[in-house]
Design a protein around this ligand. Sequence first.
Ligand code: PLP
Length: 341
Amino acid sequence: MEKKNIDWANLGFGYMQTDYRFVSNYKNGAWDDGMLTEDANVVINECAGVLQYAQTVFEGMKAYTTEDGRIVTFRPDLNAERMAQSAARLEMPVFPQDKFVEAVLKTIKANEAYVPPFGSGATLYVRPYMFGSNPVIGVKPAEEYQFRVLTTPVGPYFKGGVKPLTIRVCDFDRAAPNGTGHIKAGLNYAMSLHAIVDAHKQGYDENMYLDAATRTYVEETGGANFLFVTKDGKVVTPKSNSILPSITRRSLIQVAQEYLGLEAEEREIPLEEVKDMAECGLCGTAAVISPVGKIVDHGKEICLPSGMTEMGPVTKKLYETLTGIQMGTIKAPEGWIVEVK
Ligand SMILES: *Cc1c(COP(=O)(O)O)cnc(C)c1O
């Protein structure tokens, strides 16, 4: 397979159109077989449910080239499961989970020429998504839906080295208790845009959202879960029913326990406790873990002891182990790596 002539190492995180995408339509209560198409445009009615009432959910995952030249994905079954949960919460029909994985693998295979080579640091980002497509004006779920999978090559996240982030405790709320914070829906992002644009204006990289009910517990950022390391070397991540169940975070907990022999737990983390932490990172598919160097709570600075120039030692081990598993240099737990053939 001839690769496209792309400067992999200098790719950013942006959209680059690739050759094929998968499309399946839901009509009269059933999904069709779906197919690959070269048409990158979606044509829908002006009154489509997604345009009027934001009925849309999505997923994000990556395809990697391993050292021995195989193309693999990481735990696609969990993306399928999570998209099913997201769809159910927004009264959308579930795209069958086995068909989801098949569609993802098929789309990656069709765009093999865009999967960055091993060692480039770049990956193929895969975006499955689904939306209400028929006209809806009275408030109710759409009756017709489209499921699509698009791919785009993305560059190495830590270009020119790791730079720990400075984040602020945010005065806006991300998700209500019993709301939609636990599903991957575009609506959770639309309302976070003002907060992130404002954070950037004030010189911060990200927002730390607190629990909306009491504003005392750490939740997550706009698009990544928190992971902390305590001074006695325990890995802890916030437990809340209004944060998105990150696949990266769940995998890192298992890596901490099974590969690094560390204690790891999911529990409520009061903001008050953050000043006593040794390390802090943000976890998600895009970066695996981005280290946090400083957290600013209304002028009060919390500086993590690992500093502003590198990843803390435990964060680094977690990062290296999980990326090693994804790139095929470290043996993966059963079922984590799925080959594209
Ligand atoms: C997608 C997402 C994450 C990260 O999840 P991964 O499965 O690890 O990529 C975290 N928080 C939010 C709000 C997200 O949408």
